[in-house]
Design a protein around this ligand. Structure first.
Ligand SMILES: NC(=O)c1ccc[n+]([C@@H]2O[C@H](COP(=O)([O-])OP(=O)(O)OC[C@H]3O[C@@H](n4cnc5c(N)ncnc54)[C@H](OP(=O)(O)O)[C@@H]3O)[C@@H](O)[C@H]2O)c1
Length: 278
């Protein structure tokens, strides 16, 4: 029997309502990716995160189509390749992404990383703005932007999101402060620290107290934060089902504080082209 769809909670930034929990798809390809997206939508996910860099937009598009869920119900994000940030490349790239995703628009288009080649932010955001005016992109955002660069982006375009690594072992105080000031969504990527959260004794203890698992505790902790969304990746049905099932238990203030206290500046994603982090 298929599980009944679960409705996830939403956040609102700059008047835009967005499901707080999404499915991450990095490192998922082929039929497994297509099936993961279809299954997630059946489970009630309404937010899917992909990127040109993941090489799986076609599979994500097939999963969306196979789900039968109305396109208008799904918040779909993709990201520009760091080496395609010139205006002409942005247009071409987006048109390829839309063809792969089998859709006329994406809900959110992100600059995946600050340009490693020095392409001016104004040029890229200007091209993205035109795509937004043309209706191919609903909203604009950035990813892996430290607070200073995110502030620059906000001066240039109506950016609603910065997607960054965020989990109990890596705090993001500067960006959370900016999010409060400027009504920005912080999307937590690698929210489970790529699975390391499962082995943390404190998280296991809190999970046991609630009859949950540590992934659910971490997701609940993240999603309790007002402007924070999270996009855990799960390649198994069981993990996808567990991750969407996090809205019917409550962490205590003491537990939230203890989880926040696990911060140790531990980053799982730090490629050679990364910016100077906050
Ligand atoms: N913007 C960027 O530069 C950027 C960078 C990295 C990631 N992202 C996005 O963020 C998404 C998530 O990040 P991530 O893939 O790095 O790591 P993650 O979501 O923190 O962790 C994924 C790992 O956790 C496991 N897991 C998931 N749910 C679980 C559960 N309920 N119980 C036990 N284990 C569980 C998964 O196992 P199974 O797969 O076996 O289920 C996988 O090994 C990506 O897929 C991508 O969409 C964006």
């Amino acid at each position: 029997m298929p599980r009944e769809a679960t409705h996830t909670t939403t956040l609102t930034v700059q008047g835009v309502e967005i499901p707080k929990l999404g499915l991450g798809t990095w490192q998922m390809t082929g039929y497994a990716c297509e099936e993961a997206v279809r299954d997630a939508l059946e489970l009630g996910y309404r937010h899917i995160d992909t990127a040109r860099m993941y090489g799986n937009e076609a599979e994500v598009g097939r999963g969306l189509a196979a789900s039968g869920v109305d396109r208008g119900e799904v918040f779909l994000t993709t990201k520009l390749l760091p080496q395609n940030l010139r205006a002409a490349e942005v247009r071409r790239h987006l048109s390829d992404s839309l063809a792969h995703l089998r859709t006329d628009f994406v809900d959110l288009l992100l600059i995946h990383w600050p340009s490693p080649d020095g392409v001016p932010l104004a040029e890229t955001l200007g091209a993205m703005r035109k795509l937004q005016e043309a209706g191919c992109v609903r909203h604009l955002g950035v990813s892996n932007f430290p607070a200073k660069t995110a502030r620059e982006a906000l001066e240039l375009a109506p950016v609603i999101c910065d997607q960054v690594e965020y989990h109990p072992f890596l705090g993001q105080p500067a960006l959370l402060q900016l999010a409060r000031e400027r009504d920005l969504m912080i999307t937590a990527y690698s929210p489970l620290a790529q699975g390391a959260a499962m082995h943390e004794p404190l998280l296991r203890e809190i999970a046991e107290a609630h009859g949950r698992n540590p992934a659910q505790v971490v997701l609940r902790w993240l999603l309790d934060q007002p402007q924070v969304a999270a996009v855990p990746k799960a390649s198994s049905h069981e993990h996808r089902a567990a991750n969407v099932d996090v809205f019917d238990f409550e962490l205590t203030d003491e537990q939230r504080g203890a989880i926040a206290g696990l911060q140790r500046d531990e980053r799982t994603i730090d490629p050679s082209w990364a910016p100077d982090w906050d």
